[in-house]
Structures are given as structure tokens and as C-alpha cells.
Design a protein around this ligand. Structure first.
Ligand SMILES: C[S@@+](CC[C@H](N)C(=O)[O-])C[C@H]1O[C@@H](n2cnc3c(N)ncnc32)[C@H](O)[C@@H]1O
Length: 454
């Protein structure tokens, strides 16, 4: 049966005056920027959603992330229904089809006729009038035809059904085995719950106020003073905007919690922007502390965000420094008691939050990144005092960026020894590092290694 029935407009009618909902326009523009500029959803969503009403904001979020989490599958369905390779499709047409199909096949709350009309309107809005009939026809077929995709083998099926590039699935099978890879790709496509922590700006009224905003809030599982909430609302958003709370995944907070900086210790966060860990670590210090606390980064614009975040969260007594940590940092050797190197990485542990990462990466990236990580680690290690501790972390799941980097480092740095990370036993690996996994822990995937200079 044709679910769409007569409510679907003829795309030639009402060519003028075609209104598309603000949520779908925003999702379309976000997805276009991701395709054309390799931008990240975590950056784009707050920008586009700032101008939307609460209801539109939720739909924009669902459409943008939902399409990205299912993109390979949706593209296969488009090819199945159109009988054409998608490379031949104009980007605006492809995006309109992805958005429409996602609503028809994977969301159950939007009537098919609305999804179809809005996608047709999106192509008109993109000035691709001639494609209106095509989009209309494909989406209508999706409502009445059985989608029967063919798969070359089991990995191909997992790759398509979970929309992870095949090479990445194969890489993860090699690292973790087929079963764990299956859990990982499934977890990557689940919407991660929101975790927030209180900040220096929160007071005794903050949590009391939060408990009255009509959302179910429960304690986070692995870190102290953090809370889990299934979704956001306007009050929560305003609290975050004013710096009274800060959204941060548990695995990221775990790095700050484990670091446990003491009052009398000098500290540098080598790759600090945008400051999630800097502000966490700073919030555990009492104000008025005079010991050196440095937060540095390579990019001017990222240092700006870092500063803004520190101001917003009332993180104090921080020296901000710009440098290229791969080359050198403007400090004498042995300047710091504690060093955090939260290294630039592929981010494969954060695909739940940034689903597009899987499409940006290519196999050669990991080796390039590991060279950069090792260079920064070697440079940072010079700044540590004897007896001091150096923490290396990434939000990558890849061995090349984690165990391989630190093992390589230790081979050349005989005055450093591995220390067991101070985390719950469940996170410890056989090699005495710490790891979190989206599939196992319901957190982002982080790696943590701790060293002491002897
Ligand atoms: C994983 S992010 C850090 C996230 C941060 N620690 C937090 O918790 O918010 C890595 C950072 O390394 C910075 N970076 C990349 N190359 C760098 C370099 N050569 N020197 C210094 N920082 C660099 C990036 O700009 C980025 O901000």
C-alpha cells in the first residue's frame, strides 16, 4: 500500500511559496557543510540550533545525526530504488533523499507524506527544480516497495547496515575480533546519553533547580559529581550557556579525575583546547592557588575557545600559551610536576558524538597521527621534573595511536616508567594502561597511559 496517499503534492504545483521546516533546512545545511567542508556536527549543531525553537532544535538534531549514523545504508537504498550510482546525483538531491528516506524508513513519528513533501521542497529551495519529480518518485517508492539489499558477505552486511566503512570494520575486527567490532559499531550508532558536571559557578541551588526541570537526572556511573540525563531542554541549555553546568562524556572526565592534581603541583595541559579537561582539573583546585597552571594549544582560534570556556566556567589562574608542541614549547626542561598530553587523534572513540568521523578517516591517517603524537610526547616529556607524572590520553580506539605510541616512547626514554592508572579495575588493560569502550562501558572510547620520571 502506498503510505503516502493523496496528501503528497505534485512537485510542479505550488512551486512558489514552498515552505520547508526550519529544522530540515538546518539539517540540510549542516549535512552539506559536513560533505563539502569536513566540518563536525559537534561544532555545527550548536551554531545552527541557536536560532531554532526547542521543537525544531530536537528535530534538527535527530535528522542530522540520524542521517550520518545511517548514511551508507541510506545511500545503498537510494541506489536500489533509483537503479543508479549515487556519484551521479547532485549533492542537494542526494542530501534531500537521505533526509527523506531517514524519516520514512527509520523514524516512526513523521508521516511519510510530510517527509516526502519536505524533501521535494528542499530540492526546490536548493534551486534544483528539475530534480523534484525524481526525489518525489524515489521517496514514494520507498514507502511501498520492499527494500532488498544484497551483501557480498557478513562484513559487508555489518558495514552497510551500521553504516561504517568496510575498511574500518575490518581494522576493528583485526584489533578486537568480530564480536567486539559488532558491539562497537552498534554502540557508535546509539544516541549517547548526556552527561554533565557541575562547575565552579554552580552553587547549592544549582542542583536543586535542576531537579525541578522535569527531566530524569541520575548519577553518572564512573566519575564523581557528574550526572546523566536522557535529553536536554531549554533550562539545561541555559545552565550550560551560563557555565553552571558543563556537558562532558564520562571517559573524558575520567582523565581529569584520575590526574588528581594536588595544590602544590605545577601543571601543563599540552593540548588543551577547547578546555574540557583544563576546566575539569582547574575546578578541583582551590582558588588563589599560585602554582603554575598552563594550558596551551597550536591554533589561535582554538585558544580563543579555550579562554572563553575558562571564563564561562570560572576556571582561574591559568596561563594560556600558543606553540607548536611538535617542535618545541617555551619552557625550560623540568618545569612541571604534572603534564597532561591529551593528544590530537583520529577520534574513533567519539563516533557516537561525531558520527561523520567514520567518513573522514582514511587508513593512512593513523600512522601520520602516531608520528605526530610521538613527537609531541617526546617534547612534552622534557618538561617533567624527576618524580613527576606524565599522562598521555587520546579519544582514539586505535593501537597505532595508543599502545604503539607509548611503547615507542618508552623504548627511547629509559628514565620513564609506566605507572598503573588510578582508575577502576574494569578499565585496566593487560599492558597496564586504561581504556574505555563505547560498546562495553557506554562511554566514549579513551586510552590513558601514565608515566613517572625516575
Ligand atoms: C584532543 S584535542 C584536545 C582536547 C582537550 N584536551 C579537551 O579536553 O578539551 C587535541 C588538541 O591538540 C591541538 N594540537 C594539534 N596539534 C598541535 C600541536 N602541534 N601543538 C599543540 N597543540 C596541538 C589541537 O588544536 C587540539 O585542540
Amino acid at each position: 500500500m502506498d503510505k503516502t496517499n493523496s496528501k503528497i503534492q505534485n512537485p510542479k504545483s505550488k512551486i512558489q511559496n514552498r515552505n520547508v521546516s526550519p529544522a530540515r533546512i538546518a539539517a540540510f545545511e549542516i549535512l552539506k557543510k559536513i560533505e563539502t567542508e569536513n566540518s563536525f556536527t559537534s561544532v555545527l549543531l550548536p551554531i545552527y540550533e541557536a536560532d531554532l525553537q526547542t521543537k525544531d532544535r530536537a528535530l534538527c538534531h535527530e535528522l542530522s545525526l540520524g542521517v550520518l549514523r545511517n548514511q551508507i545504508y541510506l545511500d545503498k537504498v537510494i541506489e536500489f530504488l533509483s537503479g543508479k550510482k549515487n556519484e551521479k546525483l547532485d549533492l542537494a538531491v542526494l542530501l534531500s533523499l537521505r533526509i527523506g528516506l531517514f524519516q520514512i524508513l527509520l523514524l516512526d513519528k513523521i508521516p511519510a507524506h510530510a517527509a516526502i513533501n519536505e524533501s521535494v521542497n528542499l530540492v526546490y529551495r536548493a534551486k534544483k527544480r528539475s530534480a523534484g519529480n525524481f526525489v518525489n518518485a524515489i521517496l514514494r517508492r520507498a514507502t511501498r516497495e520492499k527494500i532488498e539489499l544484497e551483501f557480498a558477505d557478513e562484513i559487508d552486511e555489518i558495514s552497510i547496515k551500521t553504516s561504517h566503512p568496510r575498511w574500518l570494520c575490518e581494522k576493528w575486527i583485526e584489533q578486537f575480533g568480530l564480536e567486539e567490532m559488532g558491539k562497537l559499531v552498534a554502540a557508535n550508532n546509539k544516541s549517547p546519553g548526556l552527561i554533565f558536571r557541575l562547575t565552579k559557578k554552580s552553587d547549592e541551588n544549582t542542583f536543586a533547580a535542576l531537579s525541578k526541570i522535569g527531566l530524569e537526572i541520575s548519577e553518572a556511573e564512573f566519575v564523581n559529581d557528574a550526572w546523566k540525563v536522557s535529553k536536554s531542554n531549554e533550562v539545561l541549555r541555559l545552565f550550560a550557556e551560563s557555565g553552571k553546568i558543563y556537558f562532558q562524556d564520562e571517559a573524558s572526565q575520567l582523565v581529569g579525575q584520575m590526574l588528581n592534581l594536588q595544590e602544590n603541583e605545577s601543571f601543563i595541559d599540552v593540548c588543551a583546547a577547547p578546555g574540557s579537561k583544563t576546566t575539569f582539573i582547574n575546578s578541583k583546585r582551590h582558588t588563589g592557588n599560585t602554582k603554575l597552571f598552563v594550558a596551551g594549544d597550536f591554533y589561535e582560534h582554538r585558544i580563543r575557545s579555550l579562554r572563553e570556556n575558562c571564563i564561562r566556567l570560572d576556571a582561574q589562574n591559568i596561563e594560556f600559551v600558543r606553540y607548536d608542541a611538535e617542535k618545541s614549547m617555551p619552557f625550560a626542561d623540568a618545569s612541571f610536576d604534572v603534564i597532561l598530553l591529551d593528544a590530537p587523534c583520529s577520534g574513533t572513540g567519539t563516533i557516537r558524538h561525531n558520527p561523520e568521523i567514520r567518513y573522514f578517516l582514511k587508513p593512512s591517517d593513523f600512522i601520520e597521527l602516531s608520528e605526530k603524537q610521538l613527537n609531541i610526547l617526546k617534547n612534552a616529556s622534557k618538561l617533567l621534573v624527576k618524580g613527576g607524572r606524565l599522562i598521555y590520553s587520546t579519544c582514539s580506539l586505535e593501537r597505532e595511536e595508543n599502545e604503539s605510541v607509548v611503547e615507542n616512547f618508552l623504548r627511547g626514554a629509559t628514565n620513564f616508567r609506566k605507572v598503573l592508572p588510578n582508575v577502576s579495575e574494569r578499565f585496566l588493560t593487560a599492558e597496564n594502561f586504561a581504556r574505555t569502550f563505547p560498546g562495553r562501558d557506554g562511554t566514549d572510547g579513551f586510552f590513558i597511559a601514565v608515566f613517572e620520571k625516575v
